[in-house]
Write a protein that binds this ligand. Sequence first.
Ligand code: PEP
Ligand code: MG
Length: 849
Amino acid sequence: MVGLVIVSHSAALAQGVKELAEQMTRGQGQIAVAGGIDDPENPIGTDAFKVQAAIESVFSEDGVLVLMDLGSALLSAEMALEFLEPAQQEKVKLCAAPIVEGAVAAAVQASIGSTLEQVMHEAMGALSAKMDQLSPAMGVPPGSDMTRLPGSNPDADSPCPAEPPGDTVQITITILNRMGLHARPAANFVKTAGRFQSNITVAKGEKTANAKSINQVATLGAGHNDSIVVKATGPDARAALDAIQVLAEDKFGDKEDNIDIPQSSEAPPASAPQKNADGILTGIPASPGIAIGPVAHYTSRMPEVTATLIENGDVEWEKFQGSLDQAKQDLDLLKNQAARQIGADQAAIFDAQQMFLDDPALLDGVKDQVINRKINAESAWSNAIEAMADEYRRLEDPYLRERAADVIDVGRRVLRHLLGEALPGLDFLHPSIVFAFELTPSDTARLNPEKVLAFCTEQGGATSHSAIVAKALGIPAVVGLPQGLGDVPEGTVVALDGTNGQVWPRPTQVQLTELQSRRDRWISRQNALKAQALQPAVTKGKDAKTIEVAANIGGPFDTGVALDYGADGVGLFRTEFLFLGRSQAPTEEEQLAAYAEVAAAMGKQPLVIRTLDVGGDKFIPYLDMAPEENPFLGLRGIRFCLEHPEVFKPQLRAILKASHGHNIKIMFPMISSQPEFCKAKAVLNEVKQELTDAEIPFDDTIEVGLMIEVPSAVAVADQLAEEADFFSIGSNDLTQYVMGADRGNRKVSHLTNALHPAVLRMVSQTAAAARQAGIWVGMCGELAGNPLVTPVLVGMGLDELSMNAPAIPDVKKAVGNVSMSEAREMAQAVINLTSPQQVLDYLNSKYKN
Ligand code: PEP
Ligand code: MG
């Protein structure tokens, strides 16, 4: 039977409530009290140790519900919970119900053998009868706001928020996704639902979720082939369901092939984790490959949080929101970095994390605790995160269960900002095998494949996002190992086989020799695969054309991956990454070192360095960047640099110095007219002159080009081509400016689609102007990395395509599969279509043929 604990400042009150409740249940029930403190002079107060003792006295596997009066009683109850063993903590719930009515209702419910959840639910509803009965006497209609518990928000956790006027319509959908409605498809579902005003719910069996809550949707546990019912009520209900239906047919926009589910033959051993007689550890194979090297330990745990009562809930809430914003900015950066390293599809896992930070199911509860219960934000947030992670852990589907790690990951990030704690470093001096209790997805995305030979953890599963990221980075990994990794001394040479999920913490010489030869065979297989992607991309047929397929990078760190994937050069070096995450601008020398390092890695291959592109959504606190009402239309890219020669000139000097003996090209972002381009070139010429005067060598014939990102640049592309050596089309910005839709605003994401014929026409016009003037033209926005569109871009006359490195092999293959005449035909066809969907359908039909 569920036990009850009554916590009150007054021993007499606690005892009185107990007596009342026992009278209702005729003495059946397990009720303990923790009232007052042991100070005869001043007996009013609460004591966490007393609460702990009371909980333990009525504890059973069925659980304990704790009700408390006010103020420090909450704190004592929370502290008592922390004193309990973790196994007990899971079975104790603190309940915000009113102490008298709640205790009576809970006691009755417990006495009939109900579960802890049912008892709590009953206690929480204990005031409603009283409120409804007294509402006429209070002069308010039943059910109005006045008759709600202070601080309770009827919509906070409700799957069905108050309904806007309009019809209710519903559809039934079968989940086609192999992995069910897990975080990424759920995120797309919530994004789509969020575009509509109507209330939308989604139900699987008995369980109903608010379709605008990522956590509620993901924790529905909807698996492959399950049916869900989506209901919408409101002015745009029909349109909402139509959009959801289309999304569901597209498997909620999830490219599932990215996820390897272990098949039965390669499934982890049933008894994993395991340690056999030879001391070999067996865990879950997470990313294939063999590694041998010294151990480097890494520790990152949820920061310690103490529950305290705060004075001003509004101030605390504001502080919390500041930390949420910082965490969102981190995730933006991380997503950009991950997209460059492992591809945009994989990086979308951080989209889902970002959505957790907007989820009403998570935030409303925290807000209530902070503003109404005056609990400190750290504690309110960590409780909410743990509760949400628990929801995921309880799901049947193992893939969905592993999403708990994402909730913890993002929760930890916010907590660190709240507490002002820095992330632990992941910079290892020598190539090492990382041993950790756990690595979150964002930890894994920060690993440098050159310094991390492999990693193994005690936590995690084969389909955790950490495993997915590790595979994309090509880092062998074993997860879910037995406890005790921490006991292996730092620097010990160990071996790991990520394909079989085995780790040798103390390998013998014989084992090392055998593993080394297996590693050599594995590496030569990998090299053979990569060699295919190293070939140039040439269209088929007699008028064959070679297309340069290059990589987008953010710094020296990315060149290894770019070359591995077969990049023919770098088509976009986003130099702003050198400026981010610091407290002052990199000096000219620091920049020179970075450019020279990239140039050395690229050898004679072309390297297009884009000058600083800040503004818009890239705000750098230490630069003199005034807040703007419309930053995307403000002092962005070249506009900022022309206003700030103290930033622009050192960068140009560093690029020019690095250009000596290399194939560097300079590219200006956000150019909107010929005079603006000429102004930027004039500054470059000044710097060239200074270097010449100082007898510092540089490439005097360095090519200078610009990004085509705004419609005006397309309109005057012929004029720009007179002055430029090349164009590179920034399809990301070009799309947002052509469509008049902010590229970061989810509500208009249906408009920021680079496949829109309006955008494709702009690409075609730019290419025609470049061809006319005899200069080369490339593309470095996301569209360039979509192999479905490759024939169209080639057919329009693009000479170079630059993208996230992992997309290179597929794009090279797509170039080789098309002839120039077919490509031109496709380019002509798409610009006469009317919508991105038509373009997509056309390209898919071509692909099938
Ligand atoms: C673009 O706009 O397409 C582009 C490549 O630049 P960024 O994404 O860095 O703005
Ligand atoms: Mg851009």
